[in-house]
Write a protein that binds this ligand. Sequence first.
Ligand SMILES: [Zn+2]
Length: 255
Amino acid sequence: MSELEITVLPALSDNYFYLLKDTATGTTAVVDPPVVDDVLEQLGADGKLDLIIATHHHGDHTAGIEALKAKTGARVIGPAAEADKIPAIDEQLAEGDSVSVGEATARVFETPGHTAGHMSLYFEDSKALFCADTLFALGCGRLFEGTPAQMWDSLSKFSDLPDDTRVYCGHEYTLSNAQFAVTVDPENEELEQRLAQIEELRANDQPTIPSTLGEERRTNPFLRAADPAIRAHLGMESASDAEVFGEIRHRKDNA
Ligand SMILES: [Zn+2]
């Protein structure tokens, strides 16, 4: 049992990346670094970085990898399904594999949809999910390389994780996601309250990350395709969950 110290780091216009430290061993990892200097600064005097984790190949999550590896000697790990697009990758991961950051261990989920080989990591002891551009606070990633059915299947892989799992996603898109969410789930009071909280956080330039999986289950329409009120609102009472999800994604793309 080992709990990670997790630092949320903003980068570029709206990206988040994460520094993980296993306090028991001092092992450090970075998830999806788009930049270099901010990481080196966070590492402090000894500059020790053991692991660089890539969730998917997009440049706004991978641009810092090569230089960070060169400066620190960290090992680069990422999804086997897009290993040819991840810079300087040393180790390839697939569904069910595990990743160790010192004594903290994560389970690998293949979560295709946003990209064809996107992966997510779940650290059970820390109850922390790193899902990058698969699941956002109140949203989900755009389907650049996958189908709605594939993304629905990917999101469904998180359904066994506990409600108090913290969700560390790849972007600060929460306010626009919330403004869209109320259009498909207009009678959801908790969502209404969450929108107000998010407006206040963003007005003060505060991050909305991490949320919890429980909050997402209750308020994120992309996890709520089975919800009767949403289905009724969309006139899709007899459609499959994946079809309802696909309609919500389609509406968001055109919002
Ligand atoms: Zn992406």
